[in-house]
Ligand binder design. Structure first.
Ligand code: NAP
Length: 293
């Protein structure tokens, strides 16, 4: 399939390489051109503009945040006659606006234009291995068009509903759960460590009993190893997601007291210079609070 790919950061470049490896024809674009050039040797054609990358059946966007997606969305709306598959973690409100804007273009000038939201669970290592979990929502026919691409990038795709924004809400909710796991693990590790208990032994007990789940394994290991760099998912992106969760909850009048707390924890991490650390570094704050650092 001919695919435009916008956004070649840690996630996007790994996902684009999977698609190239499976024989898809890729037109790649990135704001900083060097990251697009690096994909030439994997067989990608470099698009000089977003418009040029829209000469495709499906355009995938994998960008940092709402601002980044809004920076390219007008060009996509004006030039695409296919499916825009937005895989970034962005707001529910932006997904609603893009759904309406793409529907309007389909009704007036580009009949094949459709919008799918398909955010993902899994860090860059999972993206490299094609092991992402994809949460997709949009019109059935648009999801069908993206399915062969999802099969290459992910180990499982959930077809959630016909409303793209539902996928964004579920993705944000999942990241809110992850932030809770990280904060709780950080506090527990600070506790056992200060008591003189071996933190690795304690983690092995948690992971081997009631907490035998990917999130506890992945973040537990990062926390006991104090491995905050290189970041798989930065604290800055984590703060973005907790903020977006709070915004979605506020629009629905759903209080999320833990999300408010986590926003402040992440803000504190950023204020102390941690923006580019992995968000597992929330655990560093718990250690500091315990007087351990
Ligand atoms: P990243 O490495 O920071 O890459 C961000 C990408 O967005 C880069 O291509 C960057 O371009 C582009 N970008 C940023 N601001 C832009 C703007 N104003 N205009 C145009 N392009 C802009 O982030 P990532 O880790 O790949 O994450 C991408 C998305 O996936 C995010 O929404 C993130 O929340 C989500 N996600 C990440 C993970 C993870 O573990 N990392 C897991 C699941 C979902 P430049 O290269 O020019 O800066």
């Amino acid at each position: 399939m001919r695919v435009g790919f916008l956004g070649l950061g840690g996630m996007g470049s790994a996902m684009a390489k999977r698609l190239l490896g499976a024989g898809h024809e890729l037109l790649v674009w990135n704001r900083s051109a060097d990251k697009a050039d690096a994909l030439r040797e994997h067989g990608a054609a470099v698009a000089p503009s977003v418009k040029a990358a829209c000469e495709a059946d499906v355009v995938i966007s994998m960008l940092a945040d709402d601002r980044a997606l809004e920076a390219v969305s007008d060009d996509i709306l004006e030039n695409l006659d296919g499916v825009h598959c937005s895989m970034s973690t962005t707001s529910v409100a932006l997904s609603e606006r893009l759904t309406a804007a793409h529907a309007e273009r389909a009704a007036t000038s580009s009949p094949r234009q459709r919008f799918v939201a398909a955010p993902v669970f899994g860090r860059p290592d999972a993206a490299r291995a094609g092991k992402l979990f994809i949460v997709a929502a949009g019109q059935e026919s648009a999801l069908d068009a993206c399915a062969p691409l999802f099969d290459v990038m992910g180990q499982r795709t959930f077809r959630l509903s016909e409303r793209p924004r539902d996928a964004n809400l579920v993705k944000l909710s999942g990241n809110f759960l992850l932030a809770n796991v990280i904060e709780a693990l950080g506090e527990v590790v600070a506790l056992v460590e200060k008591a003189g208990v071996d933190k690795r032994e304690a983690l092995a007990i948690f992971n081997g009993t009631l907490f035998d789940a990917t999130a506890y394994h992945t973040y537990g290991k990062l926390i006991v190893d104090e491995r905050w760099q290189p970041a798989g998912f930065t604290a800055a992106l984590g703060l973005k997601d907790v903020r977006l969760t709070l915004a979605a909850a506020e629009a629905l009048e759903v209080p999320l007291p833990l999300a408010s707390l986590l926003r402040d924890r992440l803000l504190r991490l950023l204020a102390s210079g941690g923006a580019e650390l992995d968000w597992a570094a929330l655990a560093r704050l718990a250690a500091e609070d315990a007087g351990r650092r």
